[in-house]
Design a binder for this molecule. Structure first.
Ligand SMILES: [Ca+2]
Ligand SMILES: [Ca+2]
Length: 245
């Protein structure tokens, strides 16, 4: 090859690009801006995260406080309700006592529930039946005794008390001595306070099947002043208890 051609520098073609120094600077500025923007975005995200974290903690604390406050009020309400219930029961008990005291002051004594009063005496017709002795025991358990009739008015009241109901034992017996009738309180049976139905007392009328008849009862549906009969003490009848107020 000729020497002339060896000293000639190659000429770039038209399509080949050559980077210029201004373009490189622009590229560097863009990269720098993007970097700064990324840093700013990251800082913003961190700031928002911190802000929401603090807000969430504050909200949780407020909710916890509100919950504690509501629980405290609920407990106070329950305590108040229990207190009101106890106060109501106390007032009811006091009302009963005051009513009884008022009746006593007014001369109006009262009998237990299920008992009937006649001239300040309480009477109970038993629901169950049994022997004369069982009736005596039951009345004793109730703080009473089988009825002792001590006036015509009382006899009339008891006749009405048992009318259409049943036969009922009274506290009269001749167990200790045949033919000698005594009240359960030890008092004798005296005239005119005797209300036997004729021809009673007959101690069984001589009929062996009836046995000895040593206990007295009121017969239902008979004359108010003639309705006593003597009967075997083991017969199952209801009974009348009495107790004074
Ligand atoms: Ca007898
Ligand atoms: Ca008889």
């Amino acid at each position: 090859m000729d020497e002339i051609y060896m000293n000639v520098k190659p000429v770039p073609s038209k399509n080949q690009t050559v980077p210029r120094s201004s373009e490189r600077r622009s590229h560097g500025v863009v990269v720098l801006c993007l970097g700064l923007l990324s840093v700013l975005l990251l800082a913003g995200l961190i700031s928002l995260g911190v802000h929401y974290h603090v807000s969430a903690q504050r909200s949780a604390a407020e909710l916890s406080s509100i919950k504690a406050n509501l629980m405290e009020r609920l407990q106070a309400s329950d305590n108040k309700s229990s207190s009101l219930t106890a106060e109501r029961d106390w007032l009811n008990a006091s009302l009963v006592k005051m009513t009884e005291e008022l009746n006593r002051l007014r001369g109006r004594p009262t009998c237990p529930t299920g008992w009937r009063m006649f001239k300040c005496v309480c009477y109970l017709l038993s629901n169950e039946t049994g022997s004369w002795e069982k009736g005596k025991e039951d009345c004793g358990v109730r703080g009473a005794g089988l009825v002792v009739i001590s006036s015509t008015a009382e006899q009339m009241f008891l006749s009405n008390f048992t009318r259409e109901e049943t036969h009922a034992w009274i506290g009269l017996t001749d167990k200790d001595k045949e033919g000698t009738w005594k009240w359960i309180d030890g008092g004798p049976l005296t005239d005119p306070l005797k209300y036997w139905r004729e021809p009673q007392p007959d101690n069984g009328g001589g009929y062996k099947t009836l046995g000895e008849e040593d206990c007295a009862h009121i017969i239902i549906g008979k004359s108010d002043l003639h309705n006593w009969n003597d009967l075997s003490c083991n017969t199952l009848l209801r009974w009348i208890c009495m107790k004074r107020l």
